[in-house]
Design a protein around this ligand. Structure first.
Ligand code: SAM
Length: 237
């Protein structure tokens, strides 16, 4: 069994594991002195360490080596998704993390019925961290919230390929490019988009894409578009 993985703020020669990560290591996994673990600081580094000391509420770990991570995708993909009701946004964050996105932006828009607050955003960030650990990533995707559609559009600045999943397009306006630099993808919430939002996205450089003749649920559309893009970018092979 490969060593268990833990995210920490900073990695020096000695690292202290506290809080949720400590509880997971100590109470759930029952690790103790002498056990080997992998430490991640979210930057892409993977560091080996040994539990050297166990005290109430914390482990002290000694770093023993470092190796490069070979699990991170080379494609830089940013997923912008409208906030979806219930726990569906969490599902999208979890699956997008597994599929290898670097950034996730959740936004509100004209027909969006879900709301976001600090607790929900914190929960989405924890979901991203857990998913990153589970799928052996060494980076946790950033998760941000944009209060309106225009702010989400501004966040797409600088991306090379910009694709907008538009439910009212009969066919895609262009092909999904192959391994062509960075990608920004936009998928709406269950309420979908207005014509004006689509026009605004086009003015920001987005190409409208159709995901076929059926209307997919927002979470299905996000996972489907991301899977196709990751495949085209050479990541699912
Ligand atoms: N309320 C909308 C309607 O009745 O037409 C449906 C919105 S759909 C559930 C949520 C989002 O998924 C859409 O805004 C779009 O981004 C994406 N989507 C779903 N089906 C799609 C399709 N066939 N083509 C392109 N995008 C699609």
């Amino acid at each position: 069994m490969p060593p268990k993985r833990f995210f920490v703020e900073k990695i020096g020669e000695e690292v202290t594991l506290t809080g949720d990560e400590y509880r997971h290591a100590h109470t759930v996994l029952r690790l103790g002195v002498g056990d080997e673990v992998t430490l991640l600081d979210g930057s892409g580094r993977e560091v080996s360490a040994i539990v050297a000391k166990s005290e109430k509420g914390k482990f002290t770990l000694h770093v023993t080596g470092e190796r490069p991570s070979d699990r991170e995708p080379s494609a830089d993909v940013f997923l912008l998704v409208g906030a979806i009701k219930g726990d569906k946004t969490e599902l999208v964050v979890q699956k997008a993390t597994e599929l290898g996105v670097r950034r996730i932006g959740v936004f509100s828009s004209r027909y969006c019925a879900a709301y976001m607050n600090d607790n929900k955003l914190g929960r989405l960030r924890r979901v991203a961290r857990e998913a990153a650990k589970q799928c052996l990533r060494s980076r946790v995707p950033e998760v941000e919230y944009y209060e309106d559609f225009s702010h989400a559009m501004s966040a797409s600045r600088g991306y090379v390929n910009k694709l907008f999943a538009c439910e009212f397009l009969e066919k895609s306006e262009g092909e999904i490019p192959d391994m062509g630099g960075s990608y920004c993808l936009v998928v709406g919430s269950e309420g979908g988009f207005t014509e004006e939002e689509f026009k605004e996205a086009k003015a920001c450089g987005f190409t409208g894409v159709s995901l076929g003749k059926r209307i997919l649920r927002a979470e299905t559309a996000a996972i489907a578009l991301l899977s196709v893009v990751m495949y085209r970018a050479g990541e699912l092979r």
